[in-house]
Design a protein around this ligand. Structure first.
Ligand SMILES: [Zn+2]
Length: 420
């Protein structure tokens, strides 16, 4: 295969900074005995959220430092954004800090806010003219950084409130979805797919998000992508001519490659009954088998010429068995046809061609869990429900899809299955 360059998150410089930031934060309550005071200038005061001392530095003539970067090239506003201190960010902006100032990597304070998902700081920045689409030297925007770090709430916030473009591409042609797939952030992927992010876009290496997820061998991410997608991205080749299945196999993720290749297989049902909303499963075969058993039973025992010679008790049992058979067949039919508790898909949303920028989080089902989003049905599903890829519906209190009854076992089904 063509050499796929190992993706770095482009934030190696920031990673060091973060560690430093973490150290600064850990000492937030003031220096431990015997340790030097970490708050020595406007940058460290901003990093620690120490507004009192920041004010002191500025009043003693340090205001010019708010417009200049520190020795490592980072701005005080970036430190406040990274550690989520909105009041400090506001003070810095009001005293001359530039909201769109960039460090040597071209990152703004908004990029740093995205690292830790500092939504309140992002509000302060945006209200003071920050550019939501500002890109760094790698072409990463705030949406990319949020996807890299799995900051799903932050991502939703900047998309819904400030209209950030979630399908924007970096210099290598990768979208936020590529990054979330590569980093294994399944909830971020659910959000992006829910909002109709492009799932089949190929980057400069010809890789779709599914290629990247397959390289990393992340089962949950691949499952979310496959369930929400068409079969198209399963068969796309990267620049080295490999499909996601082949990449997963090449990287030694055997279980994953089996799952992906099963997803590609066009089953008998898809071939002969295209467009069926639910699969046939084994139910008709099981039914036919039971009917054959009954015919054999009737033919060779009940209607056999010597049946009249067997005792009345045995005869009674035989007919009781036949009656029971019919009763269970009726129950079997009901179990396989009855609605197991399907949740209605948002058809209005599914038919709409416009990209979705907002999710109604005032919905009564919403409990703050991003895994409640169903990218296929476009609904916020209640807790304990799940999307069944076979039935192509979300099912309330989903237990499993039973191939023998060709139906889901969910809220409504449980007691019927028990009766059957
Ligand atoms: Zn669903």
């Amino acid at each position: 295969m063509a050499e796929i360059e190992v993706v770095t998150d482009g934030g190696s410089a920031r990673r060091d900074v973060e560690e430093e930031g973490d150290q600064r934060r850990q000492g937030g309550g003031g220096p431990a005995a015997g340790e030097p005071d970490p708050v020595v200038d406007v940058y460290s005061a901003a990093a620690y959220g120490d507004l009192e001392r920041l004010r002191g530095f500025v009043e003693r003539g340090g205001a010019a430092a708010l417009r200049e970067p520190d020795g490592n090239g980072y701005h005080a506003l970036q430190w406040a954004a990274l550690n989520n201190y909105p009041h400090v960010a506001l003070y810095l902006i009001e005293h001359g800090a530039d909201v769109n100032a960039t460090d040597h990597a071209g990152q703004t304070a908004l990029h740093w806010a995205a690292v830790r998902g500092s939504t309140s700081v992002s509000d302060v920045l945006m209200e003071h003219g920050a550019r939501v689409e500002a890109a760094d030297v790698n072409g990463y925007r705030a949406v990319h950084v949020a996807a890299q770090y799995g900051q799903t709430s932050f991502l939703h916030h900047i998309i819904s409130k400030y209209g950030a473009d979630f399908d924007a591409l970096d210099n290598d042609g990768r979208s936020a979805l590529h990054w979330a797939a590569y980093k294994g952030n399944a909830d971020t992927i659910r959000l992006l797919l829910f909002m109709d992010a492009n799932q089949v876009r190929q980057d400069k290496n010809g890789c779709t998000p599914l290629h990247w997820a397959a390289i990393r061998g992340n089962l949950e991410v691949c499952t979310v992508l496959v369930h929400a997608g068409t079969k198209e991205e399963l068969t796309l080749n990267d620049s080295g001519g490999l499909t996601p299945v082949q990449l997963a196999a090449e990287k030694g993720h055997r279980h994953l490659s089996n799952i992906l290749s099963n997803a590609i297989k066009v089953s008998f049902e898809d071939k002969f009954f295209p467009g069926r909303s639910r699969k046939i499963g084994y139910a008709p075969f099981l039914f036919a088998y039971l009917v054959i058993c009954l015919i054999l039973f009737l033919n060779s025992i009940v209607f056999a010429p010597n049946f009249s010679r067997i005792t009345a008790t045995a005869g009674l049992w035989s007919w009781a068995a036949v009656s029971l058979f019919f009763a269970s067949q009726v129950q079997f039919y009901r179990v396989s046809r009855k609605n197991p508790g399907y949740i209605k898909a948002n058809t209005k949303r599914l038919d709409s061609k416009e990209p979705l920028m907002e999710i109604d989080l005032t919905n009564s089902s919403w409990t703050g869990n991003w895994s409640q989003l169903c990218p296929t049905c476009k609904i916020i599903r209640p807790m304990r429900s799940k999307h069944c890829p076979t039935c192509k519906h979300c099912v309330e209190q989903f237990d499993h899809h039973c191939p023998w009854i060709s139906n889901c076992v969910g809220k409504v089904r449980c007691r019927y299955v028990f009766l059957c």
